[in-house]
Design a protein around this ligand. Sequence first.
Ligand code: MTE
Ligand code: MOS
Length: 752
Amino acid sequence: MVGRVVSVGQALPHESAAEHVTGHALFTDDLVHRTPHVLHAHPVCSPHAHARVTRLDPSPALAVDGVVRVLTVDDVPGVNDAGVKHDEPLFPDEVMFVGHAVCWVLAETLEAARLGALAVEVDYEPLPAIVALTEAIEAESFQGGRPVVARGDVEQGLAAAAHVFSGVTEMAGQEHFYLETHASLALVDESGQVFVQSSTQHPTETQEIVAHVLGRESHAVTVQCLRMGGGFGGKEMQPHGFAAIAALGATLTGRPVRLRLNRTHDMTMTGKRHGFHAQWRVGFDDDGRLVALEATLTSDGGWSLDLSEPVLARALCHVDNAYWIPHVLLHGRVARTHKTSQTAFRGFGGPQGMLVIEDVLGRCAPLLGIDPVDLRRRNFYVDGQATPYGQVVRHPERVAVAWDQVVSTGEVVRRREEIAAFNAAHEHTKRALAVTPLKFGISFNFTAFNQAGALVHVYKDGSVLINHGGTEMGQGLHTKMLQVAATSLGIPLERVRLAPTRTDKVPNTSATAASSSADLNGGAVKDACDQITARLREFDEGRDLPWDDLVREAYFGRVQLWAAGFYRTEGIHWDSTRMTGHPFKYFAYGVAAAEVEVDGFTGAHRTRRVDIVHDVGDSLSPLVDIGQIEGGFAQGVGWLTLEDLRWDESDGPGRGRLTTQSASTYKLPSIGELPDELHVALLEHAHEDGVVYGSKAVGEPPLMLAFAVREALREAAASFGPEGTSVELASPATPEAVFWAVQRARGVTCTG
Ligand code: MTE
Ligand code: MOS
């Protein structure tokens, strides 16, 4: 009977791949065309980075043809707040960034709503604005907690170190640029129940915010997410306010309300990856072993806290990356600036923390006279060592195994010789090859989020319908959940169908985030299937009936054919005050080797070849996992080498405006920036105990494989200078930034 067909581990296409490429897949905003009498919402946005709203008169908008209503603070029956920290008024009386919505216009058409928004009269009293992160640091404009991670005695460590260096590392943020912008569609039914379809990674939290804005209980609000056209963390907390506006409009007008941001609104109104500033001192012994690291990390939180505190915590927990550092003292703070509220973005602060140590190693290697490949390799964690926050690093040897595999299959030694010969022969073009490791903690630091639920229905005909608490944003979670259900029930994949994520099916869900959704929801789906299987086994009494017969007979035998599953991650704990504990179920590992070529005249660069070995445990779905590795890597390359968010930092009238607010000014990675050759391998013999079918999370970690490209660019720039040149490279390492790095390496002093 049960347990015969295994579909986990099979290389299957994404469950919606055909729908995606044929345009049949429905996204939230596609539902508008199936919804009669829908009203369209348009924001009235602040032109100031910081100002008090002294007068708001919506009446001229009501005179515009097609305008039905203007939503203002007076309409809020519940709490005027769009966040969970209670620092994000839905309708603000003080605007905190350019683009901040002061009110929303509802109209018969989007164009009428836009014209209505133009007609709304708003008077502002401008206030001083802090735009750059460095300005915030100088003005001591901070928000939220100031966590500290400490181990050993950093002063003693630095005093004893043979070599001590110090520096500053700055890195820019990143726009999510999901293909689908934020979208919500709200309806009210005959009994006043509110139904919101939302492109949200966290339906439960969207439900809670909608409920508190409406002054209703959670059971009066249902949130559904069909799928997202990308979330990347940008839809973890940012959708709530938009869903609340749509829901408020629907309850007040009795008509469906649709809110979909256009690209400019999405880029100017919603939060991005946090830029970080880090000041550090580091000590090495004579062999280049890390002895001590002291650093202060300041993130640019934007105008409100949002997820800035947990993002900072993850950054601090990842400064060590894959390296053992005996003495550590890390300070963290979140700056408040008058910009969008920066938020989750693939890696959730982890990449920013890790970039600090990779930048330190990349800059210090030439000063120590040690090859960066050797310097990194000799600082890896080994068995028994613990992270600065006290978690013993399990399977540290996997980094070394992946490293050695990349070095050998990537023919790193031979190619570096070729590169040396090439560089000697070329004055104006230089190549370099760098190798970097990654270690990324899997689980939410906040222990309570590490739980999930699922609902599995077996119908009388033997077909199965599953529902779980996670959302699909392209990462292939639904594909994996189908494979898990089919495998644990032992039936072919075609017998299982998956229904959209909604809060009235599985309640109290965590965000689909922290890469943990397959672990968590997979555990819950499997739990539900296991319950059903156990009942069927008992009923079967060794008769070994075929599935369909067994199910039918079991129904007549009054066996419950459906189950609710639950999963919680065991063995994790975290003390957020002392910043110690065992927050992660396990670590994901990976290694990348990247070869680049840099043009000395322009700084233009090209990635010639990349070799990756990445640890996903026993892959649940190898095609999906390889797609995540390639996609994550490419997105990391975008963050580190191309995507350049610029805000107007002048004192002119545009101060605080995002000047890169469309694809024409914000350079995204495209097929042309991909490496000429890209080799991705999954680490073998990587079974992980205690996780669903021995698998590991994959969503975020591969982004950090892109460090190899940045380090290769640094080394290529350095080869324009004399042997042993240490190069400071801005992040993003755009062609312009690489050009200046080349100039510095050449010893050209400039005021650029
Ligand atoms: N992949 C695609 N295609 N689209 C996305 O939006 N988000 C990433 C990652 N991979 C994302 C993606 C982020 S930020 C996370 S946390 C994980 O997927 C979330 O999904 P998982 O928990 O199922 O891995
Ligand atoms: Mo991902 S940044 O945890 O949504």
